[in-house]
Ligand binder design. Structure first.
Ligand SMILES: Nc1ncnc2c1ncn2[C@@H]1O[C@H](COP(=O)(O)OP(=O)(O)OP(=O)(O)O)[C@@H](O)[C@H]1O
Length: 557
């Protein structure tokens, strides 16, 4: 707005200088050329500013996303019991985008507004320090108001992102479990629940719009007040001959200019505060130290690792349910190279035992050791790499069967097609994979939903095979069909195995069996010996278990 004014002043100066027409034309031409240059340079500088801010902004968001993702993946399993997937996904996508916006596009516009305001205020002081001092008295109360407003906006942005995370959490859970939702015919009621959650977001957005409108109203009003004060005080100064008409009119122009800059600054400040609010949870995530390290600690050499496993006086309760102990003074010894079947009623803690062995959680008391080394001293990354697991419901990723199997290897990129085929053969998976039109390139769907339970297990066995290490331990919880069982037997040959057993046939193949009862190992010994004890826990459990076939029931009697 001040550019034409500037031009007018310059032309005025040239003509009033009394120079001859030729010189005037020459200076006017050079002035026009200079202004064209400035104009073009200004365009180029603006383009460069926008491009650089966008490019660096995208880089910042990318770095932020990757740091947040890395911080999430480093957390201990207990963290994931407390924080839900959809919520974390929301942090990773929506919160980072908001922070990104507030420090990129917005920052770029903000910097321009700051530069404009500084230039405008400087010119005001240049033209009349006296009048500028008077007009800018409005700034301190405006600044106080801005601080209060900023705090409120930050907290509302934080609450909005939290509400959005809740809605995303619900959507993620229902979409990823659509089969269950559909089986219960809950589609419509779920839509209602989701809409309610988004209503919370809307209510907060309305509040934000209201408070923002109020602040913008006040900043607009203060711009007008500045103009009024210029007219009032400037009029007085002019009357007392302390100011000329030209000075007052140029001062007024600069006041307009500063007023516009303040509007730009308000918008910038609002977005920045929203970004700070959205970022609060991100900084919390980034600063959170996992309860135990991921890749620190002792690493055993292959000849040190024999595979003897011992639970000694272990007491444990899940972090989210400290009041409900799962184990109390549990003791269990699995000699190297033997198979230990763990049995017990549902909820007795069989899977929890495996979680402790993998150090997904730490016991509250007692120790778990491998070849005499407390697993808390071992590098968790190394430990998990030496324990093969196949669970009852293995989770596959939504990529090809080949990629799913190769995932088991330390370096999936180095796995050859032959390695994958061999692993599939040993795991009894080769036949069914080849029967698919796309063979090993078949995509298995999210969590492997496009495969049957047994097929998933056999692919999981092939995946575990690629992780095989000479003296590895195994924790198994999968045995429901013959082909799976046969594959498992090949997988575990000669290794220390803890198997969560559901079938008598599996138990009979084990060297010993441990019965979990009342938060400890109630009975442990050879399966045949335990079966012979009619009053024993194992015998009673076997008699009770519905999965015992009639034939086996008779054999027991
Ligand atoms: N992540 C968790 N947080 C809190 N409690 C849990 C968690 N996982 C399991 N539990 C609780 O721990 C107890 C033991 O569960 P666990 O899964 O180890 O039993 P299980 O013997 O393997 O049962 P099942 O034979 O039914 O699979 C149960 O009461 C369960 O509710």
């Amino acid at each position: 707005m001040s550019a034409p004014f500037f031009l007018g002043r310059v032309i005025d100066t040239i003509y009033s200088s009394g120079a001859d027409t030729e010189a005037m034309t020459a200076s006017l031409t050079s002035l026009c050329l200079m202004l064209t240059g400035v104009f073009l340079c200004g365009g180029a500088a603006n383009a460069a500013r926008v491009y650089l801010m966008q490019a660096s902004g995208n880089q910042i968001v990318r770095n932020l996303r990757s740091s947040v993702f890395s911080a999430i993946l480093k957390q201990e399993v207990g963290f994931f019991d407390r924080n839900r997937t959809g919520e974390l996904i929301n942090r990773l996508s929506a919160d980072t985008a908001m922070v990104g916006h507030s420090i990129t596009d917005n920052l770029s516009d903000g910097l321009r507004a700051v530069a404009q305001a500084v230039a405008g205020v400087s010119m005001m002081f240049y033209v009349s320090p006296n009048l500028a001092g008077f007009v800018l008295m409005i700034v301190p109360p405006l600044a106080v108001l801005a601080i209060i407003y900023g705090r409120y906006l930050r907290s509302i942005a934080k609450r909005t992102q939290d509400a959005l995370a809740q809605a995303t959490q619900l959507a993620e859970e229902r979409i990823s479990n659509i089969r269950t939702v559909r089986a219960f015919g809950k589609e419509l009621s779920e839509v209602d629940v989701y809409t309610q959650k988004t209503d919370d977001v809307l209510a907060l957005a309305k509040k934000e719009a209201f408070i923002r409108a109020g602040f913008f109203g006040v900043t607009g009003l203060s711009g007008n007040l500045m103009i009024l004060s210029v007219l009032y005080k400037g009029g007085l100064l002019m009357a007392s001959q302390h100011m000329t008409v030209g000075e007052l009119s140029s001062f007024l122009m600069y006041t307009f200019w500063v007023g516009i800059s303040i509007a730009g600054l308000s918008s910038f400040y609002s977005e920045l505060m929203k970004g700070f609010g959205a970022g609060a949870r991100l900084w919390e995530l980034l600063d959170r130290k996992p309860e135990f390290p991921l890749n620190e600690g002792q690493v055993l050499s292959p000849d040190q690792l024999k595979g003897q496993l011992e639970f000694c006086d272990v007491s444990f309760a899940y972090p989210t349910r400290k009041e409900a102990p799962i184990f109390q003074n549990l003791n269990l010894l699995v000699p190297a190279g033997t198979i230990m079947a763990v049995v017990g009623p549902s909820g007795s803690g069989k899977s929890s035992l495996v979680s402790l062995l993998l150090r997904l959680y730490d016991p509250d008391a007692g120790t778990i050791s491998i070849d005499g080394h407390d697993i808390r001293d071992l590098n968790p990354y190394w430990l998990r790499n030496h324990i093969g697991t196949v669970s009852q419901e293995p989770v596959l990723f939504s990529c090809s069967i080949r990629d799913n199997i190769a995932y088991g290897a330390a370096d999936p990129g180095a796995v050859t097609a032959e390695d994958v085929h061999n692993a599939a053969r040993v795991a009894n998976a080769y036949g069914f994979i080849q029967s698919f039109p796309k063979g090993f390139d078949t995509v298995v769907g999210e969590k492997g939903v496009l495969l049957s339970g047994g097929q998933k297990q056999r692919i999981a066995i092939a995946r575990a095979l690629l992780k095989v290490n000479k003296n590895m331990l195994f924790a198994l919880d999968a045995e429901n069909e013959f082909l799976v069982q046969e594959a498992l037997e090949r997988l575990v040959e000669g290794r220390t195995v803890v198997i969560i057993a559901h079938r008598l046939s599996t138990i009979k193949n084990a060297d010993s069996v441990a019965v979990l009862d009342q938060q400890r190992v109630g009975e442990c010994g050879q399966p045949t010996q335990l079966l012979a004890n009619r009053q024993g826990l194992f015998r009673k459990l076997m008699e009770k278990q519905a999965f015992l076939q009639e034939e086996q029931q008779r054999a027991l009697l």
